[in-house]
Structure formats: C-alpha cells, structure tokens
Design a protein around this ligand. Structure first.
Ligand SMILES: [Zn+2]
Length: 97
C-alpha cells in the first residue's frame, strides 16, 4: 500500500492510500511514535507516560518520500530523523502500537 495523497491540517495527517482507504493520524501521535532511535529510547525511559509537546514539535515543516516504503517527516523544531514506514503509519492510525 502506498499513499497517493497526504494532507496535513492543524491537528492531523490524512493519508489516502492507493486502495482508497483513508488513515487519519493526530500529529501529536505521529510525533509521539517517531520511529527514530532517539525517540525510541525516550519512549522506553518514559514507560508510556503522556508527553506534552510544544507547538513546534507537533507542526510539520516538510514531508519527504523515502523510496516507495516510508515518509521522512521534518518537524518545526528541526527534528527529522524519523523514517515512518507506510505499515507503521497504518499501525499508528489504527492504534496498534
Ligand atoms: Zn524522533
């Protein structure tokens, strides 16, 4: 499954997949589940406690496609290490994580 359309509004990312399904992901969830090594470690140390983010941390500056398998999201605080595989995005939207 690959995204054919990605829209971002103030609070969520809406992905339209090539099978016509839609995934809606809250930007705070997207940031919370950033797949980079640094954030993974933070989540481990945090034991799943609720995180409070600044507006810059949950505002998307730029989205890059990585090959045909992932999105690289650059946040307004210049955090940009996360490569979100499509299947991972789907899991976030379905609260599987
Ligand atoms: Zn991260």
């Amino acid at each position: 499954m690959i995204p054919i359309n990605i829209n971002v509004n103030n609070s969520q990312m809406i992905i339209e997949w090539n099978n016509k399904m839609l995934s809606k992901i809250k930007l705070s969830d997207l940031r919370k589940f950033c797949p980079c090594a640094y954030c993974e470690k933070e989540r481990e140390n945090d034991h799943g406690k609720f995180e409070v983010y600044t507006q810059n941390q949950i505002t998307i500056k730029k989205i890059n496609m990585v090959g045909s398998y992932a999105l690289n999201i650059i946040w307004n605080d210049d955090h940009s290490n996360g490569f979100y595989e499509f299947s991972y995005l789907k899991n976030i939207s379905e609260n599987i994580l």
